[in-house]
Design a protein. Structure first.
Length: 114
């Protein structure tokens, strides 16, 4: 059974911070790189960050230096620490394998206001 449950989104002012969490089922978490993706209104879903089972991470250019991805293998959970948030970070954030599988969770809304 595939399970992806994102949480931690909310409304934050420009320059603020949020920490997103994603609880994944063990069968997809334990052996896969995990990623965060986002979809802004009227736009396609885009890659944000990924972390390999080794802990090595990659980031989209737009978030590099501001976002940090981490994983807790004991809890099958992946996190996204977001700092220095900008209005253009407003989107629904999703986690999935990296590259993503067909199943997606419901995501968590992040809204950055000025």
């Amino acid at each position: 059974q595939v399970q992806l449950v994102e949480s931690g989104g909310g409304l934050v002012q420009t320059g603020g911070s949020l920490r997103l969490s994603c609880a994944a089922s063990r069968n997809i978490f334990s052996t896969n790189a995990m990623g965060w993706y986002r979809q802004a209104p009227g736009k396609q879903r885009e890659f944000v960050a990924l972390i390999r089972t080794s802990g090595v991470a990659d980031y989209a250019a737009s978030v590099k230096g501001r976002f940090t991805i981490a994983r807790d293998n004991a809890k099958n959970t992946v996190y996204l620490q977001m700092t220095s948030l900008k209005r253009e970070d407003t989107a629904v954030y999703f986690c999935n394998q990296a590259p993503p599988a067909m199943y997606w969770g419901q995501g968590t809304q992040v809204t950055v206001s000025s």
